[in-house]
Design a protein around this ligand. Structure first.
Ligand code: ATP
Ligand code: LTN
Length: 333
């Protein structure tokens, strides 16, 4: 809680393109959060450094993600929207939280293990420390709820453990956060391999759809999406491809899965895939149009990001001051 308001916080790493998986699993839920909460959404650019980035491209990508937050409908007057790297308190708190996290806990994280396999030539300290920075992001603002996709649940559990460990020793300093994960949209799968998570860093561009992709390309990707044997449009365990498309269709149109199954009864996969593509194109159209306007107004983006960082810091510095004091660090007079 902050000033008697419930605090919501989340972030996305600015790598590659924002996919419909990120949108459905994360951003879309941010948009439906109650107005009376303090909502804080940032670009997790420091997290993205755990993977090798080309500096010029990285700068463009991070700015593009920020514009996509705004284009998706996040309102800088209602939410605090900023770049993680503009708020040094994130890493200041991270250092303290590092001293309350065991190496074994960090090594057990699934994402650390996956990324270590994927980037075997660059298993850096940051990759292992990634969840501790995430814990600091969350604890810095006394966050109550963290809307994320299900892949982030383990990191949330670690965050809770760190918070409880600190609180047990020093009193009620941190709010212990809860994840907020929706049922259908929690995990959107790859269009090329319906058993793998749709991931923006996938080497195969046909595996994902970006939220600012053009209509023709979206339609093409859905037409060639991998589906299952048979021809009935029903969600079931042995139809992972169709189930994934039904989830996407339901999330994009607001129709239930059961209604979608009825709508496409006896009509076959081809008609269904075309309809899913059209639903995605329609839902994303305003976002793409807004994005094109925003990305050409760099001065506006810079101004809004600066305001967001200043507002974030006005909360964050108090937490760092409190934590450092509890730890016995000598305050600067
Ligand atoms: P990367 O491929 O770079 O690891 P990613 O696409 O997995 O990235 P993240 O930056 O790790 O994306 O995640 C941003 C947010 O989007 C998180 O809340 C995450 O849970 C959610 N998310 C990512 N992929 C999906 C997905 N396929 N389905 C649902 N939610 C997702
Ligand atoms: N690790 C997250 C991104 C992230 C995040 C956070 C999400 C960084 N810090 C704090 C919620 C709260 C991911 O989605 N990969």
């Amino acid at each position: 809680m902050y000033n008697n308001q419930k605090v919501l916080l989340s972030g996305i790493q600015p790598t590659g393109v924002m996919t419909i998986g990120n949108y459905i699993g994360a951003v879309k839920n941010w948009l439906t959060m109650p107005d009376d909460c303090l909502s804080i959404y940032f670009i997790a650019d420091l997290h993205a450094l755990t993977i090798k980035q080309d500096p010029t491209l990285f700068r463009q990508t991070a700015l593009s993600f920020y514009a996509q937050y705004l284009a998706a409908g996040l309102d800088p007057k209602k939410s605090i929207l900023y770049f993680q790297s503009h708020v040094p308190e994130h890493t200041q708190l991270q250092w303290a939280m590092n001293c309350f996290t065991y190496i074994g806990e960090a090594q057990r994280m699934t994402q650390f293990k996956d990324k270590s396999l994927k980037h075997a030539d660059n298993i850096n300290m940051g990759l292992m420390d990634y969840p501790v920075l995430m814990a600091a992001d969350i604890l810095l603002y006394n966050t109550d709820l963290v809307p994320v996709g299900v892949d982030q649940k383990q990191h949330l559990e670690l965050t809770r453990d760190i918070a409880l460990r600190f609180n047990n020793r020093f009193g009620d300093v941190f709010t212990v956060p809860e994840p907020y994960i929706t049922k259908n949209g929690a995990k959107i799968f790859s269009l090329s391999d319906p058993l793998a998570k749709m991931s923006k860093s996938d080497v195969d561009p046909n595996a994902y759809v970006s939220v600012i992709e053009d209509a023709d390309s979206i339609m093409r990707k859905f037409k060639r999406a991998v589906t299952d044997s048979g021809n009935e449009v029903v969600a079931s365990e042995n139809k992972p491809g169709i189930t994934n498309l039904l989830n996407i269709y339901s999330e994009m149109t607001g129709k239930s899965i059961a209604d979608a199954e009825l709508e496409f009864e006896g009509r076959g996969y081809g008609v269904f895939k075309q309809a899913v593509g059209e639903a995605v194109v329609e839902k994303l159209r305003p976002m793409r149009e807004n994005y094109n306007k925003l990305i050409s107004d760099k001065a506006y983006l810079a101004e809004v990001a600066k305001d967001g960082a200043e507002r974030a810091r006005s909360i964050a510095f108090k937490t760092v001051r409190k934590v450092y004091k509890k730890l016995g660090l000598v305050p600067m007079s």
